[in-house]
Design a protein around this ligand. Structure first.
Ligand code: CP
Ligand code: NVA
Length: 308
Protein backbone atom coordinates (compact mmCIF):
# COMPACT_ATOMS: atom_id res chain seq x y z
CA UNK A 1 0.00 0.00 0.00
CA UNK A 2 1.29 3.41 -0.94
CA UNK A 3 0.78 6.41 1.30
CA UNK A 4 1.75 9.85 0.01
CA UNK A 5 3.07 11.42 3.20
CA UNK A 6 5.99 13.54 2.07
CA UNK A 7 8.14 14.26 -0.96
CA UNK A 8 11.30 13.10 0.83
CA UNK A 9 9.61 9.79 1.67
CA UNK A 10 8.66 9.01 -1.92
CA UNK A 11 11.19 7.59 -4.36
CA UNK A 12 12.40 10.15 -6.97
CA UNK A 13 11.44 7.86 -9.86
CA UNK A 14 7.92 7.53 -8.42
CA UNK A 15 7.69 11.31 -8.02
CA UNK A 16 8.74 11.73 -11.64
CA UNK A 17 6.14 9.22 -12.82
CA UNK A 18 3.44 11.09 -10.87
CA UNK A 19 4.40 14.43 -12.45
CA UNK A 20 4.52 12.89 -15.94
CA UNK A 21 1.13 11.31 -15.49
CA UNK A 22 -0.34 14.55 -14.13
CA UNK A 23 0.89 16.39 -17.22
CA UNK A 24 -0.50 13.71 -19.53
CA UNK A 25 -3.88 13.73 -17.77
CA UNK A 26 -4.02 17.51 -17.99
CA UNK A 27 -3.34 17.37 -21.73
CA UNK A 28 -5.90 14.61 -22.18
CA UNK A 29 -8.63 16.81 -20.72
CA UNK A 30 -7.70 19.38 -23.34
CA UNK A 31 -9.83 22.19 -21.96
CA UNK A 32 -13.05 20.19 -21.72
CA UNK A 33 -15.71 21.44 -19.24
CA UNK A 34 -14.61 20.96 -15.64
CA UNK A 35 -17.63 18.94 -14.62
CA UNK A 36 -17.23 16.33 -17.34
CA UNK A 37 -15.61 12.98 -16.52
CA UNK A 38 -12.18 11.93 -17.80
CA UNK A 39 -12.12 9.31 -20.55
CA UNK A 40 -10.49 6.95 -18.04
CA UNK A 41 -12.50 6.33 -14.88
CA UNK A 42 -9.89 4.73 -12.59
CA UNK A 43 -11.73 5.70 -9.40
CA UNK A 44 -15.11 4.29 -10.50
CA UNK A 45 -16.74 2.69 -7.47
CA UNK A 46 -14.21 4.20 -5.07
CA UNK A 47 -14.96 6.40 -2.09
CA UNK A 48 -12.48 9.02 -0.85
CA UNK A 49 -12.60 10.74 2.57
CA UNK A 50 -11.25 14.29 2.70
CA UNK A 51 -10.63 15.31 6.31
CA UNK A 52 -9.95 18.93 7.23
CA UNK A 53 -8.82 20.06 10.66
CA UNK A 54 -7.84 23.44 9.19
CA UNK A 55 -9.51 25.70 6.61
CA UNK A 56 -8.95 25.11 2.90
CA UNK A 57 -10.14 26.33 -0.48
CA UNK A 58 -7.74 24.84 -3.05
CA UNK A 59 -7.03 21.49 -1.40
CA UNK A 60 -10.65 20.86 -0.65
CA UNK A 61 -12.02 21.77 -4.06
CA UNK A 62 -9.20 20.32 -6.17
CA UNK A 63 -9.32 16.92 -4.43
CA UNK A 64 -13.10 16.81 -4.63
CA UNK A 65 -13.24 17.75 -8.32
CA UNK A 66 -10.32 15.43 -9.12
CA UNK A 67 -11.99 12.39 -7.57
CA UNK A 68 -15.24 13.11 -9.42
CA UNK A 69 -13.49 13.58 -12.77
CA UNK A 70 -11.96 10.13 -12.28
CA UNK A 71 -15.32 8.54 -11.51
CA UNK A 72 -15.06 8.29 -7.73
CA UNK A 73 -17.07 9.79 -4.90
CA UNK A 74 -15.98 11.94 -1.98
CA UNK A 75 -17.04 12.86 1.49
CA UNK A 76 -15.62 16.05 2.95
CA UNK A 77 -15.30 15.80 6.73
CA UNK A 78 -14.39 18.49 9.18
CA UNK A 79 -12.25 17.28 12.06
CA UNK A 80 -14.27 19.19 14.65
CA UNK A 81 -17.49 17.48 13.58
CA UNK A 82 -15.96 14.00 13.77
CA UNK A 83 -15.48 12.06 16.99
CA UNK A 84 -11.79 12.58 16.26
CA UNK A 85 -12.24 16.11 17.54
CA UNK A 86 -13.94 14.81 20.69
CA UNK A 87 -11.45 12.32 22.03
CA UNK A 88 -11.66 9.28 19.72
CA UNK A 89 -8.14 8.16 18.94
CA UNK A 90 -6.57 8.64 15.55
CA UNK A 91 -5.82 4.92 15.41
CA UNK A 92 -9.46 3.97 15.95
CA UNK A 93 -10.60 6.61 13.46
CA UNK A 94 -8.17 5.23 10.88
CA UNK A 95 -9.34 1.65 11.40
CA UNK A 96 -13.00 2.61 11.18
CA UNK A 97 -12.65 4.82 8.11
CA UNK A 98 -10.70 2.06 6.36
CA UNK A 99 -13.84 -0.12 6.53
CA UNK A 100 -15.82 2.50 4.59
CA UNK A 101 -13.51 4.30 2.20
CA UNK A 102 -10.73 3.46 -0.25
CA UNK A 103 -8.49 6.47 0.33
CA UNK A 104 -8.03 9.11 3.04
CA UNK A 105 -6.68 12.63 2.55
CA UNK A 106 -6.09 14.56 5.76
CA UNK A 107 -5.12 18.16 6.50
CA UNK A 108 -4.12 18.47 10.11
CA UNK A 109 -1.90 20.22 12.63
CA UNK A 110 0.66 17.85 14.12
CA UNK A 111 2.53 15.57 11.74
CA UNK A 112 2.05 12.82 14.32
CA UNK A 113 -1.69 12.75 13.49
CA UNK A 114 -0.93 12.06 9.84
CA UNK A 115 1.64 9.40 10.70
CA UNK A 116 -0.70 7.63 13.09
CA UNK A 117 -3.49 7.74 10.52
CA UNK A 118 -1.15 6.12 8.01
CA UNK A 119 0.06 3.54 10.51
CA UNK A 120 -3.40 2.29 11.42
CA UNK A 121 -5.31 2.81 8.16
CA UNK A 122 -5.52 -0.15 5.83
CA UNK A 123 -6.09 2.18 2.88
CA UNK A 124 -3.68 4.80 1.47
CA UNK A 125 -3.34 8.14 3.29
CA UNK A 126 -2.39 11.43 1.61
CA UNK A 127 -0.90 14.45 3.41
CA UNK A 128 -3.04 17.50 2.60
CA UNK A 129 -0.80 19.76 4.78
CA UNK A 130 0.55 19.55 8.30
CA UNK A 131 2.44 22.09 10.38
CA UNK A 132 5.64 20.62 8.87
CA UNK A 133 4.97 20.02 5.19
CA UNK A 134 2.66 20.38 2.19
CA UNK A 135 3.80 17.84 -0.40
CA UNK A 136 0.79 18.01 -2.77
CA UNK A 137 1.41 21.73 -3.23
CA UNK A 138 5.02 21.26 -4.20
CA UNK A 139 4.20 18.46 -6.66
CA UNK A 140 1.91 20.98 -8.38
CA UNK A 141 4.65 23.61 -8.20
CA UNK A 142 7.28 21.36 -9.80
CA UNK A 143 4.77 20.49 -12.51
CA UNK A 144 4.05 24.19 -13.05
CA UNK A 145 7.73 25.13 -13.27
CA UNK A 146 8.41 22.40 -15.82
CA UNK A 147 5.37 23.32 -17.88
CA UNK A 148 6.76 26.83 -18.30
CA UNK A 149 10.51 26.34 -18.24
CA UNK A 150 11.40 22.67 -18.77
CA UNK A 151 13.28 20.40 -16.37
CA UNK A 152 13.72 21.79 -12.87
CA UNK A 153 16.90 19.76 -12.27
CA UNK A 154 19.87 22.06 -11.73
CA UNK A 155 17.73 25.22 -11.53
CA UNK A 156 17.92 27.81 -8.76
CA UNK A 157 14.85 28.28 -6.57
CA UNK A 158 14.76 31.09 -3.99
CA UNK A 159 12.42 30.99 -1.02
CA UNK A 160 11.92 34.39 0.58
CA UNK A 161 10.21 34.75 3.98
CA UNK A 162 9.16 32.22 6.59
CA UNK A 163 10.85 28.79 6.53
CA UNK A 164 7.46 27.14 7.04
CA UNK A 165 5.70 23.92 6.00
CA UNK A 166 5.53 24.84 2.31
CA UNK A 167 9.21 25.81 2.39
CA UNK A 168 9.93 22.44 4.03
CA UNK A 169 8.35 20.53 1.16
CA UNK A 170 10.27 22.70 -1.33
CA UNK A 171 13.49 21.65 0.40
CA UNK A 172 12.40 18.00 0.25
CA UNK A 173 11.75 18.50 -3.47
CA UNK A 174 15.18 20.09 -3.99
CA UNK A 175 16.78 16.87 -2.77
CA UNK A 176 14.49 14.57 -4.74
CA UNK A 177 14.26 16.48 -8.04
CA UNK A 178 17.86 17.76 -7.96
CA UNK A 179 17.46 21.53 -7.91
CA UNK A 180 19.22 24.12 -5.76
CA UNK A 181 17.41 26.23 -3.21
CA UNK A 182 18.40 29.45 -1.49
CA UNK A 183 16.46 30.41 1.62
CA UNK A 184 16.36 34.07 2.53
CA UNK A 185 14.66 35.15 5.73
CA UNK A 186 15.46 35.96 9.36
CA UNK A 187 17.42 33.37 11.34
CA UNK A 188 14.58 32.81 13.80
CA UNK A 189 12.37 31.61 10.93
CA UNK A 190 14.92 29.34 9.24
CA UNK A 191 13.65 26.09 7.75
CA UNK A 192 14.23 22.90 9.74
CA UNK A 193 17.93 22.10 9.84
CA UNK A 194 17.21 18.40 9.35
CA UNK A 195 15.41 19.09 6.06
CA UNK A 196 18.34 21.21 4.87
CA UNK A 197 20.92 18.57 5.84
CA UNK A 198 18.99 15.82 4.11
CA UNK A 199 18.64 17.76 0.84
CA UNK A 200 22.35 18.62 0.94
CA UNK A 201 23.22 14.97 1.48
CA UNK A 202 21.30 14.19 -1.71
CA UNK A 203 23.49 16.66 -3.62
CA UNK A 204 21.28 19.74 -3.65
CA UNK A 205 23.00 23.07 -3.01
CA UNK A 206 20.96 24.60 -0.18
CA UNK A 207 22.11 28.12 0.69
CA UNK A 208 20.99 30.33 3.57
CA UNK A 209 21.43 34.00 2.64
CA UNK A 210 20.11 36.77 4.89
CA UNK A 211 20.24 39.45 2.19
CA UNK A 212 17.22 38.99 -0.10
CA UNK A 213 18.67 41.01 -2.99
CA UNK A 214 21.79 38.86 -3.00
CA UNK A 215 19.75 35.67 -2.57
CA UNK A 216 17.66 36.15 -5.71
CA UNK A 217 20.61 36.80 -8.06
CA UNK A 218 20.32 34.32 -10.91
CA UNK A 219 17.08 32.80 -9.61
CA UNK A 220 14.92 30.77 -12.01
CA UNK A 221 12.06 30.79 -9.54
CA UNK A 222 11.18 33.03 -6.59
CA UNK A 223 8.67 31.68 -4.06
CA UNK A 224 7.06 33.03 -0.95
CA UNK A 225 4.14 32.25 1.35
CA UNK A 226 2.09 33.87 4.06
CA UNK A 227 4.04 35.31 6.99
CA UNK A 228 1.65 33.76 9.53
CA UNK A 229 0.55 30.19 8.90
CA UNK A 230 -2.64 28.56 10.13
CA UNK A 231 -0.82 26.85 12.99
CA UNK A 232 1.01 29.99 14.11
CA UNK A 233 -0.45 31.91 17.06
CA UNK A 234 -2.11 35.16 15.97
CA UNK A 235 -0.16 36.82 18.79
CA UNK A 236 2.97 36.33 16.67
CA UNK A 237 1.53 38.39 13.83
CA UNK A 238 3.04 41.76 14.57
CA UNK A 239 6.47 40.38 15.43
CA UNK A 240 6.55 38.31 12.26
CA UNK A 241 5.50 41.24 10.11
CA UNK A 242 8.35 43.27 11.57
CA UNK A 243 10.82 40.45 11.01
CA UNK A 244 9.69 39.65 7.49
CA UNK A 245 8.93 43.05 5.97
CA UNK A 246 12.36 43.17 4.36
CA UNK A 247 11.68 39.87 2.60
CA UNK A 248 8.62 41.02 0.68
CA UNK A 249 8.68 39.91 -2.95
CA UNK A 250 8.21 43.11 -4.92
CA UNK A 251 9.21 44.31 -8.38
CA UNK A 252 12.58 45.59 -7.16
CA UNK A 253 13.41 42.14 -5.78
CA UNK A 254 12.17 40.31 -8.90
CA UNK A 255 14.44 42.53 -11.01
CA UNK A 256 17.44 40.93 -9.30
CA UNK A 257 16.37 37.47 -10.50
CA UNK A 258 16.80 36.14 -14.03
CA UNK A 259 14.78 38.02 -16.66
CA UNK A 260 12.58 35.00 -17.23
CA UNK A 261 12.29 34.03 -13.54
CA UNK A 262 8.92 32.71 -12.41
CA UNK A 263 7.11 33.79 -9.27
CA UNK A 264 5.08 31.34 -7.19
CA UNK A 265 2.87 31.50 -4.12
CA UNK A 266 0.76 28.55 -2.97
CA UNK A 267 -2.07 30.92 -1.94
CA UNK A 268 -3.96 32.13 0.00
CA UNK A 269 -1.91 35.34 -0.07
CA UNK A 270 -1.99 38.48 1.97
CA UNK A 271 -1.54 40.86 -0.91
CA UNK A 272 1.04 43.57 -0.37
CA UNK A 273 2.46 41.81 2.69
CA UNK A 274 4.62 38.88 1.56
CA UNK A 275 4.26 39.80 -2.12
CA UNK A 276 2.97 42.88 -3.89
CA UNK A 277 -0.06 42.73 -6.16
CA UNK A 278 2.25 44.07 -8.87
CA UNK A 279 4.29 40.86 -8.68
CA UNK A 280 1.34 38.54 -8.07
CA UNK A 281 -0.46 39.86 -11.15
CA UNK A 282 2.70 40.62 -13.11
CA UNK A 283 4.46 38.84 -15.99
CA UNK A 284 6.59 36.52 -13.82
CA UNK A 285 3.64 35.17 -11.84
CA UNK A 286 2.23 31.66 -12.37
CA UNK A 287 0.18 31.54 -9.17
CA UNK A 288 -3.08 30.49 -10.80
CA UNK A 289 -1.37 27.81 -12.88
CA UNK A 290 -0.06 26.43 -9.59
CA UNK A 291 -3.58 26.42 -8.20
CA UNK A 292 -4.92 24.64 -11.29
CA UNK A 293 -2.14 22.10 -11.23
CA UNK A 294 -3.11 21.04 -7.72
CA UNK A 295 -6.01 19.31 -9.44
CA UNK A 296 -3.91 17.45 -12.01
CA UNK A 297 -1.03 16.60 -9.66
CA UNK A 298 -3.36 15.24 -6.98
CA UNK A 299 -5.29 13.13 -9.48
CA UNK A 300 -1.99 11.49 -10.40
CA UNK A 301 -1.07 11.11 -6.71
CA UNK A 302 -4.38 9.38 -5.97
CA UNK A 303 -3.90 7.00 -8.90
CA UNK A 304 -0.41 6.23 -7.71
CA UNK A 305 -1.65 5.53 -4.17
CA UNK A 306 -4.37 3.21 -5.42
CA UNK A 307 -2.28 1.64 -8.17
CA UNK A 308 -4.95 2.38 -10.78
N1 CP B 1 -2.47 26.20 -1.18
C1 CP B 1 -3.41 25.58 -0.43
O1 CP B 1 -3.22 24.47 0.07
O2 CP B 1 -4.57 26.27 -0.33
P1 CP B 1 -5.81 25.95 0.64
O3 CP B 1 -5.39 26.24 2.04
O4 CP B 1 -6.88 26.86 0.14
O5 CP B 1 -6.16 24.49 0.47
N1 NVA C 1 1.92 28.03 5.22
C1 NVA C 1 0.49 28.11 5.02
C2 NVA C 1 0.10 27.36 3.79
C3 NVA C 1 -1.36 27.40 3.45
C4 NVA C 1 -1.72 26.60 2.24
C5 NVA C 1 -0.22 27.56 6.24
O1 NVA C 1 0.16 26.52 6.75
O2 NVA C 1 -1.15 28.23 6.71
Amino acid sequence: MRHFLDINKTDPSELRSIIDRAAAMKTARNGRPKGTPDDDQPLAGRMVALIFEKPSTRTRVSFDVGVRQMGGQTMVLSGSEMQLGHGETIADTARVLSRYVDLIMIRTFEEQTLLEMAEYATVPVINGLTNRSHPCQIMADVMTFEEHRGPIRGRKVVWSGDGNNVCGSFIHAAGQFGFDLTFTGPETLDPEAGFVDEARAKGSNIVIERDPARAVQGADLVVTDTWVSMHDPQSARERRHNQLRGYQVNSALMEQAKDDALFMHCLPAHRDDEATSEVMDGPHSVIFDEAENRLHAQKAIMRWCLGV
